[in-house]
Design a protein around this ligand. Sequence first.
Ligand code: NAP
Ligand code: SF4
Length: 675
Amino acid sequence: MTQYPHLFAPLDLGFTTLKNRVLMGSMHTGLEERGDWNRVAEYYAERARGGVALMVTGGIAPNNEGGVFPGAAGLYTPEDIANHRMVTDRVHAAGGKIAMQILHAGRYAYGPECVSASPIKSPISPFPPKELDEDGIEKQIADFATAATRAREAGYDGVEVMGSEGYFINQFIAKHVNKRTDRWGGSYENRIRLPIEIVKRVRDAVGPDFIIIYRLSMIDLVPDGSTFDEVVQLARAIEDAGATIINTGIGWHEARVPTIATSVPRAGFAWVTRKLMGKVSVPIITSNRINTPEVAEELLAGGAADLVSMARPFLADAHFVAKAEAGKSAEIAPCIACNQACLDHTFSGKLTSCLVNPRACAETELMIEPATHAKTIAVVGAGPAGLSAAITAAQRGHKVTLFDRADRVGGQLHMAATIPGKEEFTGLIDWFTRQVETNGIETRLGAAATAGDVANFDEVIIATGVAPRDPQIDGQDADNVLSYIDVLLHKKPVGDRVAIIGAGGIGFDVAEYLTHDGPSPTLDIALWQKEWGVADTEEHRAGLAPEGPQPEPPARHVTLLQRKSKALGKGLGKTTGWIHRASLKMKEVTMQGGVNYERIGPEGLHVTSGETRDDPRVIAADTIVLCAGQVSDRSLADALEAQGRVPHVIGGADVAAELDAKRAIDQGTRLAARL
Ligand code: NAP
Ligand code: SF4
């Protein structure tokens, strides 16, 4: 008997049956564009082997003008069809099902050929779209139908018509972009003509026994988006047009409300899907920030949806579903919703992977195979780099001993987990802790390892991490000066007025931590909605509260500083930096760049501006927190090298600059894979 009866209930679609209620949502990985179709096929097959009922591919363009960028993957030639056939064959052989997403980017396309309902440039692409005429619209509809026919020919079990997230179809539906006065614009009936026509024509093209998922924007989160009644009207029309399943879309990409970042509460938008339940008779999928079988089961049991879509959790663990089915939920590597190796990569033109699982999208490249000779391996440092190395080495059959001076594993992850909005890091620490236990790794915690401790091991891995950089500011040894470790780990008292020296990832985190008081909005959906101005679509069009964001007042007055003169937070994550900046702005954090730190006194921080050191002033502060970056802790590595040993040095101990858990885990895993 499964722990998750609703999650593992099959779903009969009439002409085919899904073996459970889990859909792997569409993710653009960049694999298709690389042309290594064996790698694409293995990426999907691995997830099919992991038990998910139905997967949706990354967006495949119906035509050149609809591609997200010039050269984006499409399904145009017999060769394309043969390539996709490799994917579908391998997924079917693994017992899975797969639907191809047809994604037309409209004005989000990053290319001069882009088209839309009206010639209004989007804030996220520099290219103004051409307004389509009647023939142009007919061509787009026909191209959707042709793409679906080819998808069927390539062996797919269905298609997903991407109608949400502000892409092409959504641009016709909402007045936010559609300013037309012909039969494709004006009234709501006219504006939803396009999605209805597309679904009808796709159904006519593929026949009755083929899955058509329509991804419907249920809360646009942009001005002039749809109301709840309009969403219901569209959903019914889409059902009548021939869709098999309706999937939930949340927010346009240009919305100024986070929708999938780690600070969004778990299942924080499931209420949006729930409102549509009972209004149509086709199954409905809910989505966004669902990352454990427990959350998924609760949603299904509570009637929020008929299926759940999870996307990034399948990067973190391809075997999510199989592990849940086997009652091994604690073994599932958790997606922490950081975006660091998935969306941030996609939006930087890099191949997608996963911070937690470097094998994601590297299934044919990064092999974790049994070692030919079992060795004894000492790993010093139980942060992300050391943990990953230790776990991977142990999985390969090596005998691993893990040392750390702290009395628990996790290293710097413990600091991240204290930040409001970063609670998911706790799950990652729990998972690492469990992996250490289940892989039989011996731990020696609570004392710093010496060269003598690691003398008799075949291999030594040094993952001793980093130490705070000493910024050498006059007066920094006074009692009113703390390090980020004092604040986040040792919980030393902090005054009402704070100056933070350094505005990197940690400076931003400390500012977030010090301006919050009381419960974290990430753990309280109502509070989070208030903070970001999200409203019920039944009361306010597009789900935007008319009063806008209403954050809790800041707990302290914080000034965040850096010496560089450029805007603060430029180096933060590509897809999440704006959230951190917006969040601190809401907490009235003062940001100052281009400063020189002259000295610290009891009254606060003395600074000047620019190379000429003018505008001397005092930033009045009760507490000054040093977040001035980090330097490698190589003391043990140096001691071993002085003895003629050659340790493997990874993570922050190797290179401190721009260290993050992504690089640490990747480096640790890759090293252990080849030892
Ligand atoms: P960081 O990102 O390198 O930032 C260091 C900050 O200290 C910068 O603002 C820098 O700005 C300042 N600084 C450098 N040398 C200084 C000096 N001698 N005196 C005074 N200020 C100095 O490092 P971090 O904030 O310690 O973060 C460490 C790593 O953790 C980062 O690489 C980051 O990616 C990662 N992290 C990421 C996140 C995330 O949200 N993804 C969160 C936390 C940490 P100026 O040189 O302009 O003064
Ligand atoms: Fe999840 Fe982060 Fe991995 Fe992306 S990189 S799948 S957000 S854990």
